[in-house]
Design a protein around this ligand. Sequence first.
Ligand code: SDX
Length: 428
Amino acid sequence: MSETAKLILEGKEYEFPVFTGSENEKAIDISKLRDQTGYVTLDTGYKNTGATTSKLTYLDGEEGILRHGGYSIEDLTNHASYMEVCYMLFNGELPNKEQLAAFETKISRHTLVHEDMKKIFDAYPTNSHPMGQLIAMVSSLSSFYPASLNPNRNDEAKRLTMFRMLAKMPTIVGMVYKKSIGHPIIYPNNNLDYVTNYLYMTFGNVTENFEVDPVIVEAMNKLLILHADHEQNCSTSTVRIVGSSQANLYAAISAGIAALWGPLHGGANQQVIEMLENIKADGGDTEKWINKAKDKNDPFRLMGFGHRVYKNFDPRALLIKDACDKVLNKLGINDPVLEIAKKLEETALKDPYFIERKLFPNVDFYSGIIYRAMGFPVEMFTPLFALGRLPGWIAQWKEMIDENQPIGRPRQIYTGYPLRDWKPIEKR
Ligand code: SDX
């Protein structure tokens, strides 16, 4: 007998099916609620609402579990290449050697962007934020491939668009960085793997040969995996809802990048470093800033702390903190803000305000320290988050399209004026 949920409304009893996921998560299926009762649910911020089922990523916020395709984030970060994770998000299984080689070869065929994109870049003010440029450049990809825009035209067109999007993002993010420092663009070198090629386009230059430091390649590989997907977060939900109208993938990804820019979401990694630098400039008094974060009358929040789902710890934060120490030691860098970050974490995790609200470091708390040690300016931190999250966005979009999901269109409860008579302007 399948489980059901009973609801009594105005003395009448209704029964709704309970849906159980493969990890025993439970949901009340309310797809017939309004038809049967005339009621809708109200859940601002969707804190209690499941928007879809998905086979891609599993989170357990209480236990601090994150898995992709059933593999733990710990195993993937410690053993997989980013390309293996991208392949698995696209196909549901880790690739064998032949499949991985074919996948990487296919991606390398599409790393160049149309030369006309440079004209769009040139129109941008030099000091405009890289995220604004990224939103525009990704959206402009739709101008160059009109034949393969319709997500439902056929499977080949859909996969070609997915490969183009994955292949061109590092080139575009590299172009954004080079523009921000006034250097000539470095074209992709397809003799290099995906991650090395991105770092080559970022830190290489036209005046000399450039070898990417393997320490940085290894760290970037881990960071991109740690950002690859995260179920129905704000930016992924944005990609899904834009894609649900059958807008093309480039438009949906561009919208996802826009959502990620917000300081409460991916923009937090830039805010964390700026916060740590402010605390350092203010003398490093972490107690003072912890108290500011707790003060309801103070708008300051401890950036990089707290999470909608993780209420125990963010497993990614633990893995990035561990990588932080290793990368900075290997690079021989002593960054004082790392000590400030550790002191903030130590103080906050003993403080009842943070304990009661289950606020722990999230993925953004330590990532910026590594990015800075690699040589990235803070404005590039959120574009790096977008680069990492890209395969997740694409895979979630594909899952939604493959399941032929309906256009996303939530309801609301109106709280404005009742009907009233028109008032000519002379009488207002
Ligand atoms: C990401 O969803 C995802 O998976 C996102 C992400 C991904 O991979 O896609 O994991 C990436 O976006 C990580 C989060 C990065 N953002 C930040 O670090 C910004 C700082 N954190 C927050 O603003 C906040 O914690 C959120 C936005 C992350 C979560 O917000 P919620 O779930 O809506 O929680 P809330 O704002 O309702 O806060 C609950 C309470 C409130 O206090 P009370 O009103 O109950 O007294 O906790 C307080 C908040 O004021 N609070 C904080 C705090 N975060 C929450 N107080 C101080 N500092 C903080 N950082």
